[in-house]
Design a protein around this ligand. Structure first.
Ligand code: NAD
Length: 471
């Protein structure tokens, strides 16, 4: 493990939110980013972990950002108009922060397009407008105003984020393993490569196997990362990039009636929408189709256009098997029809075994299916850096890579992970990913049933979404 400083922040550094991800990023910033300690501020309304900031000699501004105060607070922290905002909070509107960062003239990055409170729960918006598609389209269209402006990285954690870089490595590996010459440079080259390889779809296939020695108490939602984050996105409608090979919409599935139309949504929560998927270690498994920015950015990036018509586009969605305690918590919450009174994020010290397998599962090509990704145990994470479990480390090291890339490329305007240099980003992140492995499998979603029941099967094409869906 090298402690090499990879990039320097020119000006002030402001981190918003000191939750599980903020705390985990801190030691990585100290190790790999050059910054002035007296110009590093963390904005965090809670005092729970203030002692860590005190121990590290970093200023804690104990305030909650709101629509009324965020501009004044942030402007005050960048008197010279130079530096970087790293937004790792919940309940603070990313789009407003991105606009402000352009006005101040500072780099910005976040891991999700987060709105102000009121969007995720108790909203009167119709379901189509509670999806991520309109949020992402808003960011993309705003970005056209700021071409060449200060770099603003939208949605760069593990997923969205890292998985887009892994996908590029996976495509090059698949090309090499199937004798296809590949040297893609532009977005169009990458899309053409994916089309040429015959990839019909991609799962962001994750299995979290981290367990604590203490059984999950009744009435507590237990997760390995933000409970608020999981429930916010989990109770948005399920949403996925929609491939050109798909023959029919799923039950209660809807196309969007505006924009480029690379995605569809399903009229049910993502944490109640299961698909058959595959991860190394366990093989076939269920995953939840929780909406995520990468399920939109990837199909958009890899669309091959024939005039106004999409000639090729992959299906793409998250297929997430959270930790056992989180599955149990979701089950309990569905049954009660209301949130548990308490919540808890498992710390690295509580976790006694397991890790996180996070990768891309490419299917429909000449070799059937391939999983390519990071396999990181909690024990490895513990040895790599303090304050985080395996899930956290896959996210925080992606934030680190995005900070380095933004510092090295300070005037790229709005970008997503698909548009960043995956080679450089993975160079920074790889020491924190455990084993990066490639697995081929002959599994298809038509295999393995314990007794036959009525189901909608497409025997002619195993890779139809209909065969994956298991609601
Ligand atoms: P967390 O819940 O542990 O921490 C969020 C922090 O934000 C809390 O400390 C909270 O006090 C703070 N906060 C709340 N309201 C605020 C306000 N008004 N102003 C300033 N701070 C406020 O969450 P986490 O696990 O650290 O995740 C942080 C964010 O990262 C979430 O949005 C989550 O969805 C996202 N995330 C992305 C990925 C990815 O891979 N892309 C992975 C994990 C988390």
């Amino acid at each position: 493990m090298t402690d090499m400083v990879q990039a320097h922040i020119d000006g002030a550094l402001v981190m918003i939110g000191f939750g599980s991800i903020g705390r985990g990023v801190l030691p990585l910033i100290e190790r790999h980013i050059g910054f002035e300690r007296d110009r590093f501020t963390v904005i965090e309304p809670s005092a729970e972990f203030a002692h860590i900031l005190r121990d590290h000699g970093i200023r804690h501004l104990q305030v909650a950002l709101t629509p009324d105060n965020f501009a004044e607070v942030l402007r005050g922290l960048f008197p010279e108009g130079r530096g970087m905002i790293v937004n790792l909070s919940v309940d603070v509107d990313s789009i407003e922060l991105m606009k402000l960062a352009q006005e101040i003239g500072v780099q910005y990055l976040d891991t999700v397009v987060e709105p102000w409170p009121g969007f995720y729960f108790g909203s009167t918006l119709p379901n189509a407008e509670r999806t991520n598609y309109p949020l992402r389209e808003k960011v993309r269209s705003l970005g056209k105003r700021y071409v060449g402006g200060p770099t603003a990285v939208s949605c760069c954690g593990a997923n969205p984020g890292l998985v887009s870089w892994l996908l590029k490595e996976a495509l090059l590996r698949l090309a090499a393993d199937t004798g296809v010459e590949a040297a893609p440079q532009s977005q169009a080259d990458w899309a053409a490569l994916m089309q040429g390889l015959g990839v019909k779809g991609i799962h962001i296939a994750e299995r979290d196997t981290q367990v604590s020695a203490r059984p999950k108490p009744v009435g507590v939602f237990v997760n390995t990362w933000s409970v608020d984050g999981l429930l916010s996105e989990g109770y948005q409608p399920a949403e996925l990039g929609w491939g050109t090979h798909e023959k029919k919409l799923p039950p209660d599935g809807h196309a969007f009636d505006h924009g480029p139309g690379y995605a569809i949504w399903i009229d049910r929560p993502g944490v109640d929408t299961r698909v058959r998927s595959w991860c190394p270690g366990v093989g076939p498994q269920f995953g939840y189709v929780i909406t995520h920015n990468e399920a939109l950015s990837i199909p958009d990036y890899y669309t091959v256009w024939d005039g106004p018509r999409a000639a090729y586009r992959p299906t793409c969605h998250y297929a997430y098997h959270p930790s056992n305690d989180a599955i149990l918590s979701i089950h309990e919450m569905h049954g009660a029809g209301t949130r548990q009174p308490d919540q808890h994020i498992l710390t690295v010290d509580e976790i006694v075994a397991g890790g996180d397998d996070l990768g891309v599962f490419l299917y429909g090509h000449a070799k059937g299916a391939m999983w390519y990704g990071s396999r990181l145990s909690c024990e490895e994470a513990r040895a790599l850096a303090p304050y985080q479990n395996a899930t956290g480390m896959q996210v925080t090291s992606a934030v680190l890579a995005a900070m380095v890339w933004a510092a090295e490329n300070p005037a790229m305007g709005f970008v997503e992970a698909d548009e960043m240099d995956h080679v450089r980003c993975l160079e920074v992140q790889r020491p924190y990913l455990g084993r990066v492995e490639c697995h081929y499998t002959d599994w298809t979603p038509l295999q393995n049933r314990i007794n036959r029941f009525a189901e909608d099967r497409d025997e002619a094409d195993p890779w139809q979404f209909t065969n994956f869906l298991a609601v």
